[in-house]
Write a protein that binds this ligand. Structure first.
Ligand code: UDP
Length: 256
């Protein structure tokens, strides 16, 4: 088989040239990083789980009319996506105080916020992804006012949808991070949801026990990271069952 051209390698994913113009292949690695890549590990099976969980969520978002880059899953670790120009911002949506908002503003972790809060961070590893305002975004031309409006309204719709999706399976959606891209079609540009939606970029707590089912288990050295991701997949109906807490999982439907 001909070697595919690698377009970009990130911390948890690799992008390859796709089979048709305007497409890319998104490959999910098992690598995990935290604290601006100071902490690293390989977590067996994480990529496979994130590929499936992200497929599940993106497919449902498409059905709910929320435009995103996902086309279809290709195999265990790869999905076909639309090629977009990534907007250099991380959009964080928060329902409950945790992580940096608790540290920065002194809001106690676990307290529900008065309303969903949308924040923007400038995607710059060398600066530690600083929080920025709409003023910074438009002044430095990272995105235009219409794109900011699109990102906010799409993010709030994704939040409503995901809050319901997860609460139906006993999971509280605390917060999550989204990325957006520009899709060029002739002389029009559309804002599309891109990247992935998985326990790597969401905070997911068990509704009853408060147990963390997300990447905070890795960030905080709690162990059981892939087991927690498997539990999320199991509750969403993606995996049949977890096998005794190890990493061997069996998937429902589809091949590979
Ligand atoms: N997040 C992410 N990538 C980042 C930073 C944050 O996916 O580079 C996610 C994180 O998993 C959480 C949400 O965004 O669900 C809010 O993270 P926060 O700002 O609280 O960051 P942290 O506490 O990790 O510094």
């Amino acid at each position: 088989m001909a070697r595919r051209r690698m377009i970009y390698e990130g911390k948890a994913k690799i992008l390859y040239e796709g089979p048709e113009p305007g497409t890319l292949i998104q490959y999910f690695k098992d690598d995990a990083t935290a604290h601006n890549a100071e902490k690293r590990a390989v977590l067996d099976g994480k990529g496979v789980l994130n590929n499936r969980i992200s497929e599940f969520v993106m497919t449902r978002l498409t059905a709910a009319g929320i435009p995103n880059h996902f086309i279809r899953r290709l195999n265990m670790r790869e999905q076909l996506i639309r090629k977009v120009e990534i907007i250099p911002l991380e959009v964080v949506i928060r329902n409950v105080a945790a992580g940096s908002i608790s540290r920065r503003l002194g809001v106690e972790e676990g307290n529900a916020l008065p309303r969903a809060i949308v924040e923007f961070y400038y995607k710059r590893d060398d600066l530690g992804d600083p929080i920025v305002s709409e003023e910074h975004i438009t002044a430095f031309n990272w995105a235009g006012p219409q794109e900011i409006d699109d990102m906010i309204s799409l993010s709030l719709r994704v939040n409503d949808f995901m809050t319901g999706l997860f609460s139906a399976v006993g999971i509280r959606l605390i917060d999550f991070k989204l990325e957006y891209g520009r899709l060029f079609e002739g002389d029009t540009v559309r804002t599309l949801l891109a990247d992935e939606i998985s326990p790597d970029n969401c905070r997911l707590w068990d509704l009853e026990s408060g147990e963390k089912l997300d990447k905070d288990r890795f960030r905080q050295d709690m162990g059981g990271v892939t087991q927690a991701y498997s539990e999320v997949a199991r509750r969403l109906g993606i995996i049949k069952e977890t096998s005794g807490g190890d990493n061997i999982v069996s998937f429902n439907g589809g091949q590979g």
